[in-house]
Design a binder for this molecule. Structure first.
Ligand SMILES: Nc1ncnc2c1ncn2[C@@H]1O[C@H](COP(=O)(O)OP(=O)(O)OP(=O)(O)O)[C@@H](O)[C@H]1O
Ligand SMILES: [Mg+2]
Length: 461
């Protein structure tokens, strides 16, 4: 925290001696200190100047410290306030803390205490500003590109993405299917140089012989059907990025050829004997456990080392559940725009279920879920199928004994039986929704009023 400009403090006290004393003390500590002799004068100053820190006496004739605190929170909500109190009225100080004062100091002053409390407060302000700046920086760079996430894991990942986008070394992106490997590769490209080519190749989706000519190109007559010279994707990607997706699927024969390109940055078109030199950054991705592929000899170790210079591992969604609400919100907005519809609302019950769901298909699964729900305007659809079968569908189709109609010998008391059934479903619904009647009513297909009525009738709470 060196080289920071001096911070401004406003001292508010109706006693001249105290104002002077605090001003001298704090100026010596390197702060810029303004003073006000009462609450109203303080307000005037706060309207004109931003004070990261305001130190105010509690008992003042015109406006009390607590009243001033309230006003400050309206006019200058990011200012911190420290209250000054005499021993006798400590309770008011605590009251002030409850209402958002940052701290309090007691009179008579202990010099060290003042210094420490004020230093802490201002450091906290700086930290707040730093965080804000960092957030703004992140949001302008990465979030605009559509990578959503505020979990610690995602923030670390974004940090890494920003750093690696400054280099041209090979990057290997690993992670389960649907975690966002491709979107990260694209983001690196955007951060690096959006004007340069970004050439994606799906190594798993193209037959081996075709893939080779796709990557390296060919000379006219290299094979039947090669009627003209053709540049390969390596040439197309010159100056930019070649994104080798599903690299784990690359056949061994092509692994050798790729290795050669990485070693010398040169290659030949099929049927040609001229070396072509290119400047291409290789970003590869796989959802396989690549180390296992290497250990089991399905992937060449030497190639692995070449590709794995920088490693980006994208964690599965279930390891960063804090991102789920953000992603939901983002996709609801996105698809509402696409389908030109009003967004759907997700009840806190469903949100909780989703936050506990493991998402084996990761972000892609969540995205598809939201798209379906928005397209059909039905927020229930958003529940993963396994939950639906446990909740809604099972209630649509109650299981026996109700339908099996086993008739007891002497007949039965149907109203009483139905009441029992009703009672057990209502109380189960309440439990599942943690006592939230609105959601529980929804779960059993009742209106809130009639649900509440029954709950009271059966004394279920
Ligand atoms: N953090 C994120 N923010 C916003 N959208 C995301 C995020 N992560 C993934 N997505 C979206 O989820 C979908 C799947 O992501 P992507 O295609 O990048 O996954 P992948 O890891 O390449 O999956 P696979 O291994 O199956 O190819 C895409 O539509 C992508 O835009
Ligand atoms: Mg992918």
């Amino acid at each position: 925290m060196e080289n920071i400009p001096p911070q401004r403090i406003l001292v508010v006290d109706d006693e001249q001696d105290i104002r002077t004393m605090l001003k001298i003390l704090l100026t010596k500590e390197g702060y810029i200190v303004d003073t006000a002799s009462g609450g109203f004068e303080a307000l005037e100053k706060i309207k004109e100047t931003f004070y990261p820190l305001i130190v105010s006496d509690i008992r003042m004739p015109d406006l009390s410290g607590l009243e001033l605190l309230k006003k400050v929170q309206e006019i200058s909500p990011s200012s911190l306030m420290i209250l000054v109190t005499a021993y006798a009225s400590n309770e008011t100080a605590i009251e002030g803390m409850k209402h958002g004062a940052y701290d309090y100091i007691t009179k008579p002053f202990k010099i060290d205490e003042i210094k420490i409390v004020i230093k802490n407060a201002l450091e906290r302000q700086l930290l707040k500003e730093e965080n804000l700046k960092l957030k703004q920086k992140l949001s302008s760079s990465i979030q605009d590109l559509g990578i959503i996430g505020s979990s610690k894991l995602m923030r670390q990942l974004m940090d890494l993405v920003v750093r690696v986008s400054k280099t041209r070394t090979p990057i290997l992106i690993t992670g389960e299917s649907g975690t966002g490997k491709e979107i990260i590769a694209k983001t690196i490209h955007q951060l690096q140089n959006p004007e340069s080519p970004f050439v994606p190749v799906n190594c798993g989706g193209i037959p081996e012989n075709l893939l080779e000519s796709e990557l390296f190109g060919y000379k006219k007559g290299a094979f039947t059907g090669a009627n003209t010279d053709k540049a390969g994707l390596f040439e197309t990607a010159h100056g930019g990025i070649l994104f080798l997706d599903e690299i784990g699927e690359l056949p061994l024969s092509l692994q050798v050829k790729l290795l050669r390109v990485l070693q010398d940055q040169t290659f030949r078109r099929l049927g040609d004997n001229r070396d072509i030199k290119v400047d291409v950054q290789i970003i590869s991705a796989t959802n396989r456990i690549i180390e296992k592929e290497v250990a089991e000899k399905r992937f060449r170790e030497d190639l692995f080392f070449r590709l794995n210079v920088i490693r980006i591992h994208v964690p599965p969604l279930r390891e960063r559940r804090e991102d789920i609400p953000l992603l939901l919100e983002y996709f609801i907005k996105k698809f509402s725009k696409k389908y030109n519809s009003t967004g759907i609302k997700i009840s806190s019950y469903i949100l909780k279920e989703l936050e506990n769901y493991d998402f084996p298909g990761n972000v892609r699964e969540l995205e598809n879920m939201v798209e379906r729900a928005v397209a059909l305007q039905d927020s229930n659809i958003i529940l993963p199928d396994i939950y639906k079968s446990q909740t809604f569908e099972s209630i649509d189709q109650p299981t026996p004994p109700f339908y099996s109609c086993e008739f007891p010998e002497g007949g039965l008391d149907l109203p009483a039986l139905l009441e029992d059934v009703e009672k057990s479903y209502l109380s189960e619904a309440l439990q599942r929704c943690h006592g939230k009647k609105m959601e529980a009513a929804h779960l059993v297909g009742m209106t809130f009023r009639s649900f509440r009525y029954k709950v009271e009738k059966y004394r279920l709470e």
